[in-house]
Write a protein that binds this ligand. Structure first.
Ligand code: 6LW
Length: 524
């Protein structure tokens, strides 16, 4: 008897055509040759783009996500159809807006809210590296920037701030109050002076959710006669949910939706898990949609997600005055994620970010092409990163002199190829332990190669395969020399923990070295 191909939960592989409560999951190619996939399984922002927040101004949609310790922070994207998105830059692109603070991995920019009100764009977030400063509020007349200097809301300590306005023009700030001494306090609200950041009320509790753990991500919407409050509950792992309540006033009292949670994949065989942290947006024709975070676990139980939490899109229907998620409503183009970069363009592509540093302080462009990575403020080698956006991919970095090309979750979980004066060394850092793998002589210019391939270990019950294998190689004139093959599970959130996802990283060397170019290609 053929063993059934096991999914991460040890069940038989989900047949997309039979996923409960879902429209048929399908992929197709348009007349123009564009590969499309169903929105239930294809993220609109693949790669680590969690905690999405969305707004609309006329025919234009704008979307931002959390970004943690990576600077610039809060990437911002533009679309006119909800499915094709272009990054226009970052909202927090100055250190005066995104203070360095204590930039530990997975601190920095957490969940946020992006809104347009009376022609002004507003963005409020938490910089957890600077937690005591309270919420960070900036505004702009153009969502592509420049954004204002920040106003700090010191009276609102916690995470996941939300903004909404009533018909009198009063602005309401709602947030998940918490601190490092009392822990979780609850969902609080107060009216806000957006000019000064001062709260106009003593903060008061509003709806605390349906009783699950980790109540967060409040978002308020004034829709017809009701004020709707959406929350995330259950924690951003497999139990994640979206819950809803409504009131005749932004401050409540709130009536919970009788069918809470209104959206979850917990305990399902759905290939997208951890769904939650949703934000609603009304379309120009009066319809509604939602963006939310989800993960795509692969490999044997418990399932390993390696791209972090990604942004997905759903349609929203209103039934008996409550939101109903239709996750299969849209067809999403499988994003063209391939890129090549020789760092010769006048402006660095917004895909490049630096953990606990700034690109302009780390990069020194070379007159004859390529760039040198200068040391970070703490003296560590300069590092430039970009999100991995595919489950299978191949990438190369051409290094003149010395330097490193690596795949990282953070500074404790990464695999890499380091070029020193006379040797190329592959290595793995797992939980802070570093292992040297294969090596070979170095040329004057070395092309390091990292690739995600199917795991060669079987899955349950014949084995407990990881999400993929990662190959570390060097491309030489005589061919590609493989220096290491590693189980990809160690570069997954289930192992490494944290809120970010896999990043491809370029790292400088103690002595001279240049990165001449980087190439990234998704693989089917
Ligand atoms: C985000 C909050 C959360 O602000 O994690 O697990 C934080 N839930 O909603 C970072 O993603």
């Amino acid at each position: 008897m053929d063993q059934p191909k096991r999914s991460s939960a040890g069940k038989s592989s989900p047949n997309p055509e039979r996923l409960p409560g879902m429209t048929a999951i399908s992929t197709h190619v348009t007349a123009e040759g564009q590969q499309m996939a169903n929105s239930a399984i294809q993220p609109i922002l693949p790669g680590f783009y969690p905690d999405p927040t969305i707004c609309r101004a006329g025919q234009d949609y704008y979307l931002s996500t959390s970004s943690f310790e990576y600077f610039p922070g809060a990437p911002i994207f533009h679309s006119t159809d909800l499915v094709n998105w272009t990054q226009t830059g970052h909202i927090l692109d100055r250190r005066s807006q995104f203070r360095l603070g204590n930039p530990l991995p997975s601190t920095g920019i957490y969940g946020s809210t992006l809104r347009e009100h009376d022609g002004i764009f507003w963005f409020v977030t938490t910089n957890v590296s600077d937690f005591g400063a309270g919420q960070v509020l900036v505004h702009a007349t153009d969502a592509a920037g420049p954004w204002s200097e920040p106003v700090f809301i010191g009276g609102a300590i916690g995470i996941d701030p939300d903004l909404c306005w009533d018909d009198n023009g009063d602005c309401y700030l709602s947030w998940k109050a918490m601190n490092f001494t009392e822990g979780e306090i609850g969902i609080l609200q107060a009216r806000l002076d957006t000019g000064t950041g001062m709260l106009r009320d003593v903060p008061y509790p509003i709806w605390q959710g349906s009783g699950m753990d980790a109540v967060e991500a409040p978002h308020l919407y004034h829709i017809d006669d009701f004020w709707y409050l959406l929350l995330a509950e259950g924690g951003t792992e497999r139990g994640h949910c979206v819950t809803a309540a409504r009131s005749m006033h932004p401050s409540g009292p709130f009536e919970p939706c009788p069918s809470n949670p209104v959206f979850t994949h917990r305990s399902s065989i759905h290939p997208v898990q951890n769904v939650g942290h949703a934000d609603l947006v009304q379309t120009p024709d009066g319809g509604w949609a939602a963006v939310y975070l989800g993960v795509r676990p692969k490999g044997s139980t418990p399932g390993f997600h390696v791209l972090g939490r990604e942004t997905f899109l759903a349609g929203i229907d209103w039934v008996d005055g409550w939101p109903v998620f239709d996750e299969g409503r849209f067809h999403v183009p499988t994003a063209d994620t391939a890129f090549s970069d020789d760092f010769s363009a006048p402006h660095l592509n917004p895909r490049w970010v630096v953990p606990a540093g700034e690109p302009e302080n780390v990069i020194q462009r070379n007159p004859n092409g390529g760039m040198t990575l200068l040391p970070m403020p703490d003296g560590s080698p300069g590092m430039l990163c970009t999100r991995v956006t595919d489950l299978r991919w191949t990438a190369t970095a051409t290094i003149e002199g010395q330097g490193s090309f690596l795949l990282r979750m953070d500074d404790r979980y990464s695999y890499g190829v380091t070029v020193r004066s006379d040797v190329v060394q592959a290595w793995a850092r797992i939980g802070g332990l570093t292992f040297d793998l294969g090596s070979c002589p170095a040329d004057a210019t070395t092309t390091a190669h990292i690739e995600s391939v199917p795991a060669n270990s079987p899955t349950v019950p014949l084995g407990h395969g990881g999400p993929d294998d990662v190959l570390l190689s060097v491309v030489q004139e005589t061919g590609t020399v493989q220096l290491g093959r590693l189980d990809g599970r160690h570069l997954s959130t289930e192992v490494a923990s944290g809120f970010t996802g896999r990043m491809l990283a370029l790292e400088g060397a103690e002595t001279s070295g240049s990165i001449l170019s980087v190439n990234y290609t998704p693989q089917i």
